[in-house]
Design a protein around this ligand. Structure first.
Ligand SMILES: C[S@@+](CC[C@H](N)C(=O)[O-])C[C@H]1O[C@@H](n2cnc3c(N)ncnc32)[C@H](O)[C@@H]1O
Length: 271
């Protein structure tokens, strides 16, 4: 396990993932009934943008740096700025479990799962004191299988693997049918990188996801370069099962302002 998210924290791909994650969570919380949130690949939860690692790549400058400089008219973009403003003033960036923790109501339940033993220690510290949140140390796919269907019967599973293994796409595809069998109505948000050497795997992912015929299976991709550019992360995608109503329309609404601020383009489609 060599992947450390600190090198990438707050980059364009984090912004896109976290923007949509916030919107989906806020949507689920429109009902009073408690929601279940499982962050299966949680990371450490809070990233120091002044750290040597973050300073080495400076990826956050084209992400949260550019995002916080912009002034937006769109409500979802403004809401995200508000959520992260205090941390950003301290040169910190909250990862998905801490963002969820900030939004958690007493009736909600967050499980943040992380396999890396050192990251686990930081994650525990960063979620300390958050009631209704707990941290687990399991393989992500084992954790998902063990928690679905949740007793709340409504909620979100965030699946954000590091993709350091070549077979990560295959692993995902193998798990999806199981998720459907156990909890077909769950909202699953799956993040994936878009690199030139993985375009076939991405096409396979679409095909396998479509074949499951889960309700409202929707994809949204944020590209900062052409898909075929040989080196590096050209973009990222979110594949969502049971996409909540309004989310595709709201992503379409915020996209022009987001791409004005960060560059690139967004394209979305149902599978
Ligand atoms: C992309 S990062 C997560 C970022 C986080 N979701 C966020 O948005 O702030 C992926 C994390 O998964 C962890 N990880 C890698 N393999 C795992 C596995 N099999 N099960 C659980 N966690 C794993 C890594 O240590 C890393 O912290």
């Amino acid at each position: 396990m060599n992947y450390r998210h600190i090198y990438h924290a707050g980059n364009f791909a984090d912004i896109f993932k976290h923007l949509v994650f916030r919107m989906v969570l806020a949507y689920v919380q429109q009902k009073d009934k408690g929601a279940f949130i499982l962050d299966a690949f949680a990371g450490i939860g809070l990233y120091d943008l002044a750290s040597d690692q973050a300073q080495r790549t400076l990826e956050y400058e084209g992400g949260i740096g550019a995002f916080m400089k912009a002034s937006f008219a769109n409500d979802d973009l403004r809401a995200f700025q508000e959520l992260v403003r205090q941390d950003f003033a301290l040169k910190l960036y909250a990862g998905s479990p801490v963002l969820a923790a900030k939004m958690l109501r007493p009736q909600d339940r967050l499980i943040a799962n992380e396999l890396h033993p050192e990251d686990l220690i930081d994650l525990r510290l960063n979620l300390k004191g958050t009631q209704s949140a707990s941290v687990t140390h399991l393989d992500a796919y084992e954790s998902i299988r063990g928690h679905i269907p949740p007793k709340e019967r409504r909620g979100i599973i965030l699946i954000d693997p590091p993709f350091e293994k070549k077979e990560e796409f295959l692993l995902l595809v193998q798990q999806m049918a199981e998720w459907k069998k156990r909890w077909e109505t769950g909202c699953y948000i799956l993040w994936y990188p878009i690199k030139a050497n993985a375009l076939t795997q991405i096409d396979d992912l679409y095909a396998e996801a479509a074949a499951l015929k889960i309700n409202r299976t929707w994809v949204s991709e944020f590209m900062i370069r052409d898909r075929e550019t040989p080196e590096g992360l050209n973009g990222c995608g979110l594949l969502i099962f049971n996409t909540p109503f309004q989310i595709p329309e709201r992503v379409e609404d915020f996209s022009p302002e987001l791409t004005d601020a960060l560059g690139g383009s967004v394209r979305s489609f149902y599978l």
